[in-house]
Design a protein around this ligand. Structure first.
Ligand code: FAD
Length: 388
């Protein structure tokens, strides 16, 4: 299908379902997240109970079919929900995205029926929190050099090594873990496994003390002779890396949505403040420097949304979206940093304090250009696709 035809076929009309989701999730975020988020941020507190409530609302299994107790919705609805949560608090949006797209997304896409029956209902209802471990201390962007290994021993695999920067590495009830089962640098030398918390030899390591996204737990996961039954492997031996890349195609749409939510939150706050704050006898929105800044912010936000919808549309149709999800992730995350930086500027000195939300958007936004592939890696993905 040519690009022109694809764009002509896209329908950006907000459905009744999306409107309802935006309304319900927005209200949930105002009631259950806004009053607490600064306290969670200060204490780096990961509010597990909030995720149970989000599970009751269907937010922990938006893309999961109803037969596994999920909401059975598509990517437009998923993006809408992440945006509504993230415009209030990026940390909660990040944890929601990691749970849904990475852990649940991996099991849903590559698990067998038995694995899906066992894990999806618990994950989709938020009774269990999911983690996903690809990154290691020495291998982030360069994940083919991972050192965490899984060796076969009869009907079991024995995992040794560690994973770093893992969202829900401590509180996750179950993790999808990528480990080397073949040669380093061989894309067929990595396999994926489901490992439950409490499995002997699997423990959480150091919790990271972060600039932003402080209410989203990030920690190390350590494996020391961790024996798991072969039935815990996802797909076949050697398929893990290829699976992970496909999971990230979807995951990047969710990080783009997270970035969009943060940008919207920062922009809304700046727009409102600009009409209230008076200097030189008039609202600062009447200075062209401020009005043009707001115009730039609004334009970039709209463009981010269009790129996200394009990727979401392809994903809904079951089509390859590697390039489009990288477009969306790269652009929306850079815009999120630019918009939240501008929002702090609109607030002046007040923007630099914790009395207003823009300093938090500013801190949280930066993660979007790093997690699930840095902006540089998105450019690598995009350039590989366009230079084919
Ligand atoms: C809050 C948070 C949550 C996270 N959650 C998870 C999670 O749940 N699961 C998980 O597996 N990981 C997670 N990560 C890890 C994240 O995906 C990695 O941090 C990210 O992929 C970058 O890897 P790195 O930090 O090792 O940076 P590096 O790969 O060391 O990169 C350092 C710098 O070099 C650049 N660079 C590297 N290679 C190239 C290249 N070939 N060309 C150009 N530039 C390059 C990068 O863009 C970056 O600017 C999380 C990270 C954070 C901060």
């Amino acid at each position: 299908m040519s690009r022109t035809k694809l764009i002509l076929q896209m329908d950006f009309t907000t459905t009744e379902n999306q409107r309802l989701i935006a309304q319900t999730v927005g209200k949930f975020a105002e009631t259950h997240i806004r009053p607490e988020f600064m306290d969670w941020d200060e204490r780096q507190f990961f509010p597990v109970e909030l995720f149970r409530k989000m599970g009751e609302l269907g937010l922990m299994g938006i893309l999961v079919p109803e037969k596994y107790e999920g909401a059975g919705l598509g990517y437009f609805e998923y993006v809408t929900a992440i945006v509504e949560i993230s415009r209030v608090c990026g940390s909660i949006g990040l944890s929601m995205a990691a749970h849904n797209s990475l852990c649940s997304g991996h099991i849903l896409q590559f698990g067998n029926e038995e694995q899906k029956q066992k894990y999806m209902p618990k994950l989709a209802t938020g009774k269990w929190i999911g983690a996903w471990g690809l990154t290691e201390a020495n291998t982030g962007s360069d994940s083919l050099r991972m050192r965490c290994v899984a060796k076969k021993d009869g009907d079991h695999w024995v995992i040794n090594g560690s994973k770093n920067w893992i969202t829900h590495g401590i509180s996750g009830d179950v993790a999808v873990v990528l480990a080397r089962t073949g040669e380093a640098l061989d894309s067929r030398g990595i396999s994926s496994f489901i490992v439950e918390r409490g499995t002997p030899g699997f423990k959480a390591g150091k919790k990271e003390n972060k600039l932003g996204m402080r209410a989203s737990e990030t920690s190390e996961m350590v494996f020391e002779d961790c024996r798991i039954h072969k039935s815990q492997m996802l797909g076949n031996e050697g398929e893990g890396f290829i699976q992970a890349m496909k999971v990230l195609d979807g995951g990047r749409i969710s990080i783009a949505a997270l970035a969009l939510g943060i940008a919207r939150g920062a922009y809304d706050a700046a727009l409102k403040y600009s009409k209230e704050r008076q200097q030189f006898g008039k609202p600062i929105s009447e200075f062209q420097a401020i009005a043009f800044k707001l115009a730039n912010m609004a334009t970039k936000i709209e463009a981010s949304e269009l790129l996200i919808l394009q990727a979401a549309d392809l994903k809904n149709r079951g089509q390859k979206c590697t390039k489009e999800s990288a477009f969306a992730k790269y652009y929306a995350s850079e815009v999120s940093v630019q918009v939240s930086t501008d929002a702090v500027q609109v607030f002046g000195g007040y923007g630099y304090t914790k009395d207003f939300p823009v300093e938090k958007f500013y801190r949280d936004s930066k993660l979007c250009t790093i997690g699930e592939g840095t902006s540089e890696i998105q450019k690598l993905v995009i350039s590989r696709e366009i230079l084919k």
